[in-house]
Design a protein around this ligand. Structure first.
Ligand SMILES: NC(=O)c1ccc[n+]([C@@H]2O[C@H](COP(=O)([O-])OP(=O)(O)OC[C@H]3O[C@@H](n4cnc5c(N)ncnc54)[C@H](OP(=O)(O)O)[C@@H]3O)[C@@H](O)[C@H]2O)c1
Length: 213
């Protein structure tokens, strides 16, 4: 299956690319700057430029032929203008481009409390509100969607075990485990048309997803 990963050069995105390549998928690695694509090509992916802040027309071409888009991109700059440009408007542009390109499935890496920004940390509220808007647009799109809302991301080694729920208390989770959840969601129909929180935990990832009921 051909899968495009947006934000493929990111810390979570590169884990996603590695896992998908290992599984034998045809992986298109969407990178903002072409120079970031070399390492991803070494993993077996085909780098293409996907810039959420640029003219969306290029995303339609980049996504054409992919069955799935996994969006792991996020603004590096916490300034609300940058966050709105990437995490809100850019994500929405990617959703619309995926619809136009004939993509079937869209998996969105969001953030815990994006479904209820008033309950999240005030310091990241504009980020949560930007994610909330794009997650809502995805939920109303024609795509088969999944929204994954992790707690604070860490660079700890993956455990392969998580806690998943509709609304969890604050927590953290390794980026590598979040990447494994994003990939495993493709094999679990119960993740379709759903959003859920993810923390580090003690349930193997496939079992945690299968328990979504
Ligand atoms: N940090 C946390 O604790 C936390 C918690 C919950 C959710 N999240 C979300 O989880 C996601 C992944 O986080 P992370 O820490 O793994 O991210 P990261 O390492 O900062 O990577 C972000 C990726 O987004 C890309 N990007 C930025 N602007 C872009 C644009 N205009 N067009 C296309 N790509 C763009 C970056 O490209 P370049 O390599 O070119 O910069 C990079 O590949 C983000 O959406 C973040 O908001 C983070």
């Amino acid at each position: 299956m051909r899968i495009t990963v947006v934000g493929a050069s990111g810390r979570t995105g590169s884990h996603v690319v590695r896992l998908l390549c290992r599984q034998g998928h045809e992986v298109v690695a969407g990178v903002r700057a072409r120079r970031r694509g070399d390492e991803l090509a070494e993993l077996g992916a085909r780098p293409v430029v996907v810039d959420l802040a640029a003219d969306p027309e290029h995303m339609v071409d980049a996504f054409a032929g992919s069955t799935v888009v996994i969006n792991t991109a996020g603004a590096g700059d916490p300034d609300p203008a940058a966050v709105n440009l990437v995490d809100r408007d850019g994500s929405i542009a990617a959703i619309r481009a995926a619809e136009r390109a004939g993509v079937q499935r869209f998996v969105q890496l969001s953030a815990q409390f994006a479904d209820a920004p008033d309950q999240g940390d005030r310091l990241v509220r504009s980020f949560l509100m930007a994610k909330q808007v794009s997650d809502t647009v995805l939920g109303r799109s024609s795509l088969v969607w999944t929204v994954v809302r992790p707690g604070t991301l860490t660079d700890e080694a993956p455990t392969g075990r998580v806690k998943i729920g509709g609304h969890l208390e604050s927590g953290s989770v390794p980026r590598a485990d979040v990447a494994a959840v994003l990939v495993a969601a493709l094999d679990e129909p119960l993740t379709e048309y759903r959003g859920f929180d993810v923390h580090g935990g003690d349930v193997p990832i496939p079992a945690a997803l299968a328990a979504l009921g």
